[in-house]
Design a protein around this ligand. Structure first.
Ligand code: AMP
Ligand code: GLY
Length: 428
């Protein structure tokens, strides 16, 4: 099978690697990719958000499956164009991708499908926002309604800061969703869907804030690990039953069946599992950890989903090790990142046993050096016999890599390693 992967980031590098390891996949291409992906497979410099350009490339390459990584091409209708051209695509249509592209739409679907989530109100002006903040109380959660690459959410005890974020969104012509605060550990569960049937991947945990101890602003994600040794028995089954299947049924009922990854961002609160958000794609950087453990050939799984032929009884096979990945971000990320620096130490990091480096925002300069070209630049991925060993290997890799202003968290997976994550569930 010939597969084309769409997207530029670390998630796509992980997908490309997993597909290349699939014995049924003979050719992998990526567009636009990045400097690291270009070392592994052919890359094509197209505008990934232009549906016609993606269709033209898939035709030229005789792709038998297109896997769309990021949300922006999905929201731009890339999957719709591929479907219209008769090319199997893993990723939802524009209408189904609204589950991620509009938080208000996601709330409506959850309400209809009785999926447990935070209480929320949509606000379109300052008065409504202020009233909603006061109704829920602190900590305040204010979300830009549209796509914001993980950075449109402010969680704060400071009412003035919460209101200021809402006003910024209004000034930009948007609306906001204001929510009750969900207290409890977070889990990312990726569910592979074919419109009707669904198969869960192994749960992961992501670290959203830029600094150690969950301090500083939200980012796209600074690291992840999988599996989660502290999860209660039956967790995944419960999410499938209470979240994934009801959502799939509701989307199908509306005539917009969901094909692709239903990314369930969950909080385990005292009162049970709650959905924090849906995304319509694999998470980044969780995918780098999750796919590092997947033994089942990825290409056949995604093709079955694309064709509506998923077997929801399928048992996926996993390496027994734990995977950890640590993101190294550019200076000044998540604000405007400083680009252009040459990255040192990539070969040394890749040479460590059970460690590899997934590229995100990287480019190659005229001399052939790999340089910083985005906010999140790399993810150092490691496998280990347990979380402690995986963390040790990942941080050994991180220590090899440098450029001026490089930032990474030192505590990815640390609380779990120390057994400090407590799941407190009174009832469901
Ligand atoms: P989102 O883009 O909706 O995933 O939000 C980004 C991050 O903000 C989440 O991963 C959580 O850490 C935090 N967050 C979002 N909504 C809530 C909520 N209702 N309660 C607590 N934290 C939240
Ligand atoms: N890691 C969070 C996301 O992909 O949205």
């Amino acid at each position: 099978m010939k597969v084309l992967v769409i997207g530029p980031g670390g998630r796509e590098h992980a997908i490309v690697r997993a597909l290349a390891a699939d014995p049924y996949v003979e050719e992998v291409h990526c567009a636009p990719g990045n400097a690291g992906i270009a070392r592994d497979v052919p890359v094509h410099p197209i505008d990934a958000q232009d549906p016609e350009a993606v269709v033209a490339l898939a035709r030229e390459l005789a792709s038998e499956l297109v896997v769309v990584g990021p949300e922006a091409p999905l929201a731009a209708g890339v999957a719709d164009a591929l479907i219209a051209a008769g090319i199997p695509v893993f990723g939802p249509t524009r209408a189904a991708a609204q589950l991620e592209a509009s938080k208000a739409f996601a709330k409506e679907i959850m309400a209809e499908a009785e999926v447990p989530t935070a209480m929320a109100r949509v606000a379109t002006n300052t008065e409504e926002a202020a009233a909603a903040l006061d109704a829920f109380g602190a900590p305040h959660v204010v979300k830009d309604d549209g796509l914001a690459a993980g950075k449109g959410v402010v969680v704060t005890n400071d009412r003035a800061e919460a209101l200021a974020h809402a006003e910024l969104c209004f000034e930009a012509g948007g609306t906001v969703v204001i929510e009750e605060f969900l207290d409890g550990p977070e889990v990312s569960l990726f569910v592979i869907c074919d419109g009707k049937h669904a198969v869960p991947l192994s749960p992961a945990q992501d670290f959203k804030r830029i600094f150690d101890n969950d301090q500083g602003p939200n980012t796209g994600g600074m690291g992840a690990y999988s599996p989660l040794p502290w999860l209660p028995e039956g967790f995944t089954e419960q999410v499938m039953e209470r979240v994934a299947y009801p959502t799939l049924r509701e989307m199908e009922k509306r005539g917009t069946p969901f094909t692709g990854v239903l990314y369930c961002g969950l909080a385990i609160t005292r009162r049970g599992i709650r959905v924090i958000e849906f995304n319509a794609r694999f998470g980044d950087p969780e995918t780098q950890a999750v796919l590092a453990r997947l033994k089942t050939p990825l290409g056949s799984l995604l093709l079955a989903a694309a064709k509506g032929e998923l077997d929801d009884a399928e048992q996926l096979h996993w390496h027994p090790q734990t995977a950890v990945d640590v993101v190294i971000a550019a200076e000044n990320y998540p604000d405007a990142p400083v680009k252009g620096a040459t990255i040192q130490g990539l070969d040394e990091a890749n040479a460590i046993e059970n460690v590899h480096v997934a590229h995100a925002g990287t480019a190659t300069d005229a001399e052939g050096n790999i340089t910083v070209a985005g906010g999140r630049v790399l993810a150092v991925v490691a496998l280990g016999d347990d979380l402690a060993a995986a963390r040790r290997a990942a941080y050994e890799g991180v220590a090899k890599i440098s450029w001026p202003g490089a930032q990474s968290r030192s505590d990815i997976g640390l609380k779990a390693e120390r057994g400090e994550i407590v799941v407190n569930q009174e009832s469901n």
